[in-house]
Design a protein around this ligand. Structure first.
Ligand code: DP6
Length: 349
């Protein structure tokens, strides 16, 4: 007998999924959700999406308490993914979804990775009546399967399932893509000082549209040719815990990513002048003050400063003193998603 029968209180299935920041970027696709190259990311800890799913008479999605229309910008992607998942599971049950991020929406921190990961877990948990990730795996949805499904909603979401440092391998075909952990979260105390817009910034071109433009850049082919060597170096730096080497690779990759976007047709840029100034400031902190910190960027108006946890607060203070119109979030390397269930109406996370 299902736990959610009409005699019993409705059960909410609540998933927490972390965001991630790519050190080596997924930028460009060779087909639907088939990445043009491998990518490597650090799972975040504080920046996560919390999504709850309950049975409903029709699909209803709320983001930060606000109802989303099926044709709204965020709504389209979410309802489409929900429908995709429903087809995979082979159920008809509609769901009510409530989702919120622990970081502000549209301020330059990518929410699609954590958002699609949390939605995938919560929806499947509700349909299979799974109250934790072990039950969900027993119902036929282990992490690898969840990651592959979440990737269909947003590519970077597949890197949010493993914790620590994660590689997404493109494989020889869309079906052989896989993601796995390169290093557990407790192996190296890395941090991410995120400097982002204080109020929502609307993006002219979404990252999904940006992927399609990547191949118009003359640098794209060169980038692809250099990938095997680059991946080897990233993995070596991680294995050896060589922060200087890792940082230099992270920054070189961020600059290459910026250049590919700048030379696409039409050209793309997500950074404001202040944020470009911040890139130079990070380099100056390193050279002048000997602070081990390296920048990276994403498809948004934000700069991520990667450092070891010990110096994160010092970096935050320096930025706060020199740059005034930004919000600064200090996050660190994080772990795997979580799942629990509870009777509806108990809303603490
Ligand atoms: C720049 O995962 O948002 O953040 O698969 O089209 O949803 P879709 O793209 P998305 O792309 C992320 C691009 C990036 C780099 C990265 O996270 O690797």
């Amino acid at each position: 007998m299902p736990k959610n029968s009409s005699q019993q209180p409705k059960i909410q299935y609540v998933a927490n999924a972390p965001s991630n920041i790519a050190f080596l970027k997924y930028w460009g696709k060779d087909g639907k959700q088939w990445a043009s190259n491998d990518s490597i990311s650090m799972t975040l800890s504080k920046c996560e999406t919390i999504t709850q799913a309950t049975d409903s008479s029709d699909d209803r999605v709320y983001l930060h308490g606000e109802y989303l229309n099926t044709d709204s910008k965020h709504g389209r992607k979410i309802y489409r993914h929900l429908q995709f998942l429903r087809t995979i599971v082979g159920v008809e049950q509609a769901l009510e979804i409530h989702s919120h991020n622990t970081f502000p929406l549209a301020c330059g921190i990518a929410s699609s990775a954590s958002g699609m990961a949390a939605l995938t877990i919560a929806a499947l948990a509700c349909w299979t009546r799974s109250s934790n990730l072990t039950e969900l795996a027993a119902a036929g949805y282990p992490l690898a399967k969840l990651a592959a499904l979440a990737r269909q909603g947003s590519g970077s979401a597949c890197r949010s399932f493993w914790g620590g440092i994660v590689q997404w391998e493109r494989g020889d075909s869309p079906a052989t893509q896989r993601t796995y952990q390169l290093m557990p979260a407790n192996d190296w105390q890395l941090a991410d000082v995120i400097v982002c817009a204080q109020s929502p910034v609307s993006k002219d071109i979404s990252s999904s549209a940006g992927h399609a433009l990547a191949q118009t850049s003359p640098l794209f082919t060169v980038r692809r040719q250099g990938m095997p060597e680059k991946i080897k170096h990233f993995r070596q730096a991680l294995q050896q815990h060589d922060f200087v080497q890792l940082g230099m690779l992270i920054e070189a990759e961020a600059l290459e990513f910026i250049q590919v976007m700048a030379t696409s047709t039409p050209p793309l840029s997500y950074l404001t002048q202040d944020l470009y100034d911040l890139l130079a400031f990070v380099r100056a902190c390193r050279q002048r003050d000997n602070l081990p910190a390296y920048f990276t960027v994403d498809a948004g108006a934000a700069v991520h400063i990667i450092c070891v946890a010990d110096v994160a607060e010092q970096i935050r203070q320096k930025i706060q003193r020199n740059f005034h119109n930004f919000m600064i979030i200090v996050d660190k390397i994080g772990a795997v998603p979580r799942l629990h269930s509870r009777p509806a109406g108990q809303d603490s996370n």
